[in-house]
Design a protein around this ligand. Structure first.
Ligand SMILES: C[S@@+](CC[C@H](N)C(=O)[O-])C[C@H]1O[C@@H](n2cnc3c(N)ncnc32)[C@H](O)[C@@H]1O
Length: 278
């Protein structure tokens, strides 16, 4: 009986299940059905009377969404910098504000043909290194993560964009697995204070991608120490909206060329670039 439902009826059914549980229920109903049928938006609009197969399987996905599991983990797709990446619960879902970290690097280094070595700490799904590699055609990237599950997601995306020759993944903490000299360090490290109560959808994401220690900025400070001691030219890093003063104070007695902060789309402080003196 249920398998004979057609697209428009199924959309209504899904929207009803999701309404009052998540925002944009009818839009997400479309996205879930498109994912289930492996069709695009145009097909959905033009096939309102087509039958939907495997209805029960579809409703299992809808139930997961009703429990507030992020849509990206259900569809295994995420959009970042106008491209589609693979994602699963082994890696943090890339956030729109992290696109600003990319823009900041592009602002700092105008010569996109330069033969640079970039290092990324905490590569997660790989989006930062991949998008930077697409812009800096001659650059080489070494990216670390403490999570093998995250590195597996990154490897899948690196393969998707055919960048295996230029992005190397290494399992390990911070820059421990890296002896090479590098020109530019980028990172979106975990920076939330341990124990902070987060919204329920965040409980589906890897916790070691979110929490940065008792205060929150511990990993950022360790990275600052490494950048200064290894004399890495540039370091661009995402941070918590309330960490600007702590980072500025931490660097008070240090020798560096410049320190500049950038804001996110909501006008919160969100990251910085440290340029080191040589
Ligand atoms: C906030 S996520 C960022 C992921 C991805 N770069 C992005 O922007 O979407 C932080 C990542 O850092 C990794 N991580 C946490 N502690 C680390 C450490 N000490 N060394 C290297 N990576 C670490 C986590 O596993 C996670 O993948």
């Amino acid at each position: 009986m249920r398998s004979s439902l057609v697209v428009q009826e199924v959309l209504k059914q899904i929207s009803k299940t999701l309404e009052n549980k998540i925002p944009r229920a009818s839009r997400e109903a479309q996205l879930l059905l498109m994912h289930h049928l492996n069709v695009d938006e145009l097909w959905l609009i033009t096939h309102q009377e087509s039958r939907v197969s495997e209805y029960d399987k579809l409703m299992e996905l809808v139930e997961r969404r009703a429990q507030n599991e992020p849509l990206e983990y259900i569809t295994k797709r995420v959009s970042f910098y106008s491209q589609e990446f693979y994602i699963n619960s082994g890696a943090l879902i890339p956030r729109p504000e992290t696109e600003l970290l990319i823009d900041t690097v592009l602002h700092n280094v105008k010569d996109t043909t330069a033969y640079l070595t970039f290092v990324e700490v905490g590569v997660g799904s790989g989006v930062i290194s991949i998008v930077l590699a697409q812009h800096f055609k001659n650059a080489k990237f070494i990216a670390t993560d403490i999570s093998q599950a995250a590195l597996d997601v990154a490897a899948k995306n690196i393969e998707k964009f055919h960048l295996q020759e230029r992005i190397e993944l290494r399992l390990g903490s911070l820059l421990d697995p890296i002896e090479e000299q590098c020109d530019y360090l980028v990172s979106n490290p975990p920076y939330i204070e341990d124990g902070v109560h987060l919204e329920s959808n965040l409980s589906y994401e890897p916790q070691n991608a979110l929490f940065g220690g008792e205060v929150g900025d511990e990993i950022i400070k360790k990275l600052l120490d490494i950048v200064l001691s290894r004399k890495i030219n540039y370091f661009t890093c995402e941070m918590g909206y309330d960490q600007k003063d702590k980072i500025t104070n931490y660097l008070k007695e240090c020798n560096y060329k410049s320190l500049s902060f950038y804001k996110d789309y909501s006008d919160f402080d969100r990251g910085f670039t440290l340029e080191v003196e040589h």
